[in-house]
Design a protein around this ligand. Structure first.
Ligand code: NAD
Length: 457
């Protein structure tokens, strides 16, 4: 497949040069074809995702992968005309009566590299934004979801010409060659480590990149928080897709005397969500044996280093299920507290003063998301003002990602750039500033020779 890649890319580039102006009608037609293709492929994709994860409930796949993808496509269709409008810009006094405008323009051929955790949504949401902006797209889905990636490839090949959207499947070698292509924009979702490599490859071509990365997103229980509610929403955010969510709360900071009550409340909520423990049909499997072994190792090290571990029942049956675990007050130098967990393990850490909690978060990489639980406005604002993260949900987890009216992206080690709704359209457009000069204008005044100019100005 990889030998095909440059020729697919060149064909797209030629097609873009032949049709650099992409009308509203063409864009709308492409988005509609994507919507219809998704409607048709939905049952196949739901089965493929469940198979790739060894099990994932249709409801979960529907909510996170299918519905969010439809949402992005439909939002783009609804607002396309307004987003494409040429924007009149005020002319500064000294340049009047020249006119200024910003013209959103397609960039050309863009690359999208997707991870495995929400394999449909993290492929189709950027594609929808790129099509809305009038681009042609090459997609490289994850090799760890082979069935879903194949279903996506079939779905797209059926509905689009190869010079509109092409799907390139393959592992890290193919991915690396993919990110070497001189795209007009490269959109990467995945780990911070691979994001660095992608940024380096893109830099060699001076290709602009959007990096949607991961990291350790904290949840903070402030003194005024409703503990039971917080525990329930953290338990949900941590166990959705078995914790394999980029914006899952990675760990939770709680006032020292509330560690016990918090652990009880989180475990209580998990038991209500999953009455048959890890074997519950609503609880997803772990993507591969290797990822499962990694989670086991994280937990073993925590136990070996003396941390208390409380665990939901694992049961027997599907061996790729990993029973959710709480780890109380673990040492900070273990892998669990150094790496993004990306699984259903929740460290619960004590703090003595809010300042200590702020310092804890500020002393680490900027997270992708931050969750503050507080009834008191001043406690909420303390975090909003004094922490930097990609996004924030106050008194809940994960849900800010679903707002197509908000840009979604990271900051620093959790990424750069943003998408969703209008932000996605702008990411994949060149917002071209244009000035139209008029015949008779006073700017001739600044042309040399400058004799006497000072006096006139
Ligand atoms: P990953 O970085 O291992 O892989 C992502 C993609 O990059 C895959 O398609 C893979 O084939 C490709 N890839 C691998 N090596 C490459 C290379 N050298 N050059 C170019 N591409 C390469 O990530 P993953 O394990 O699939 O996903 C989990 C990570 O993604 C977590 O860190 C998670 O937080 C992050 N994530 C972020 C978001 C977000 O929106 N910010 C969403 C989902 C996942």
């Amino acid at each position: 497949m990889s030998t095909e890649m440059p020729s697919v890319f060149e064909a797209m580039r030629r097609a873009h040069r032949a049709e650099p102006v992409v009308s509203y009608e063409v864009r709308l037609d492409r988005l509609t074809r994507l919507e219809n293709a998704l409607t048709k492929a939905e049952p196949t994709l739901l089965t493929a995702m469940s198979d790739d994860f060894s099990h994932r409930s249709a409801q979960e796949s529907q909510t996170f992968d299918i519905d969010v993808s439809f949402g992005e496509i439909r939002t783009a269709k609804r607002h396309l005309k307004a987003w494409m409008k040429i924007r009149r810009i005020r002319t500064p006094l000294i340049y009047k009566p020249a006119r200024a405008e910003i013209r959103p323009q397609p960039l050309g051929v863009v690359g999208v590299i997707a991870p495995w955790n929400f394999p449909v949504m993290l492929s189709l949401a950027p594609i929808a934004a790129a099509l809305a902006a009038g681009n042609r797209v090459m997609l490289k889905p994850s090799e760890l979801t082979p069935r879903t990636s194949a279903a996506l490839r079939d779905m797209i090949t059926d509905a689009f010409a190869p010079d509109e959207i092409s799907v390139i499947t393959g592992g890290p070698d193919v991915s690396a060659a993919f990110s070497d292509l001189p795209f007009d924009h490269l959109f990467f979702t995945g780990s911070t480590a691979v994001g660095r490599k992608v940024a380096e490859a893109a830099a060699r071509n001076l290709t602009p990149v959007t990096l949607e990365l991961g990291g350790k997103s904290p949840a903070i229980l402030m003194p005024s928080a409703d503990l039971d509610r917080a525990a329930r929403r953290i338990a949900w955010g941590k166990t959705a897709n078995a914790g394999q969510v980029c914006v899952a709360p990675d760990y939770v900071l709680v006032p020292r005397h509330k560690i016990g009550p918090m652990a009880d409340a989180v475990m209580g909520a998990m038991m209500r969500f999953y009455p048959q423990g890890a074997q519950s049909p609503d609880f997803a499997g772990i993507i591969t044996e290797r990822h499962l072994a990694r989670l086991d190792a994280l937990l073993s090290e925590a136990k070996m280093r003396g941390a208390e571990v409380i665990r939901l029942d694992g049961g027997t049956g599907n061996a790729r299920k990993f029973a959710p675990a709480l780890v109380l007050d673990p040492p900070l130098d273990i892998a669990l507290m150094q790496e993004e967990i990306f699984g259903p393990i929740l460290p619960i850490l004590p703090y003595d003063t809010p300042q200590e909690a702020l310092d804890f978060v500020a002393g680490r990489d900027h997270p992708l998301a931050l969750y503050v639980f507080a009834e008191d406005r001043a406690e909420q604002n303390l975090w909003l003002d004094h922490s930097i993260s990609g996004g924030v949900t106050v008194n809940d987890t994960v849900i800010h990602v679903g707002f197509d009216t908000l840009p979604f992206g990271g900051v620093g080690a959790s990424g750069m750039g943003a998408y969703h709704g209008r932000a996605g359209f702008e990411t994949f457009s060149h917002l071209k500033p244009v000035v139209r000069q008029v015949k008779w204008n006073g700017m001739a005044l600044v042309e040399p020779p400058f004799k006497g100019l000072k006096a006139r100005l």
